[in-house]
Design a binder for this molecule. Structure first.
Ligand SMILES: C[S@@+](CC[C@H](N)C(=O)[O-])C[C@H]1O[C@@H](n2cnc3c(N)ncnc32)[C@H](O)[C@@H]1O
Length: 270
């Protein structure tokens, strides 16, 4: 495997905090670049509610480690700014990929006010970890070519135009974060939006962690199944007919379909 950054190449630039996605849970799903960022860090602020603390074992013993779960934005920023101003290598570790519900914009803005830049290392989001757990292709030919990543409104409001019924009317695959606690309401909204009760649903609790749970069902029975499985948080909900795997064959591998890497088979009468 190759990487643009050899382990001994410094990743950290002056006056720059690295924000990295640590992946969904399993330590070996952390990217090599994130691994190197952990190894080279002198201060790590990690989202302790969801980042696997096992990833911290790659940090040097003298690395200063802060769990942001109990910190406010101001406290986190103070640690990061203080570290950078002391000339230290500072890493902010998020779960999954930082671009999804990572609250990174407010951190980037606050750091910018202190004259500090950020670099971002992407991570494996729980949406793709969960899809892998249930062996799903989220974009199935002639079923759907679209994935909607969203959530139900909770304490964080969601714009009305993005309410679950509004999004559900597309009948695309939906990947719903932060929503399992209100699974019955969610199901009612998905049905209101137009999915039929037999629409397949997969719920993955703590995908790739040792205590991962997978619950498969449809919109008619998933609430009961989730209740029985006692899942109330940290789950990814995948919804849509693509989960059935009953779609058309892809054109990419069709014999008669030519593309930049393969000639069409002209003897085929299709
Ligand atoms: C604050 S969001 C962070 C999402 C994260 N940035 C990502 O890309 O996966 C937390 C939500 O992500 C989902 N999540 C995060 N890790 C998960 C995992 N290992 N398995 C299932 N869902 C997970 C859950 O819906 C959880 O409530």
């Amino acid at each position: 495997m190759t990487s643009n950054n050899k382990s001994n190449t410094p990743l950290y630039k002056p006056k720059t905090v690295i924000i990295a996605g640590a992946g969904p849970g399993a330590v070996d799903l952390m990217t090599m670049r994130c691994h190197q960022a952990v190894e080279q860090a002198e201060i790590i602020v990690y989202a302790g509610s969801l980042v696997n603390p096992e990833v911290l074992k790659f940090a040097v013993p003298e690395c200063e480690i802060h769990d942001s779960a109990a910190m406010t934005l101001d406290e986190m920023v103070a640690v990061m700014v203080g570290g950078i101003n002391a000339g230290k290598r500072v890493l902010r570790l998020h779960t999954g990929d930082p671009a999804m519900y990572g609250a990174i914009s407010e951190q980037i803005n606050a750091l910018a006010e202190a004259g500090i830049r950020v670099e971002i290392i992407p991570g494996v989001s729980s949406v793709f970890a969960a899809a892998a757990c249930v062996k799903a292709e989220l974009t199935l030919p002639e079923v759907t070519q679209t994935v909607i990543l969203s959530r139900r409104a909770g304490r964080t409001p969601v714009p009305k135009r993005e309410s679950i019924p509004e999004l559900a009317c597309h009948q695309a695959t939906m990947a719903l974060f932060l929503s399992v606690a209100a699974i019955s309401d969610l199901v009612a909204e998905l049905l209101e939006g137009g999915y039929v009760p037999t629409t397949p649903v997969a719920v993955v609790y703590r995908a790739t962690w040792p205590d991962e749970k997978i619950v498969i069902g449809n919109l008619a029975d998933i609430s009961e199944r989730i209740e029985k499985a006692k899942i109330g948080r940290q789950a990814m909900i995948l919804v849509g007919d693509a989960l059935s795997r009953k779609g058309a064959l892809s054109r990419l591998y069709a014999e008669e379909f030519a593309h930049g890497y393969r000639e069409a088979n002209v003897n085929n009468n299709v």
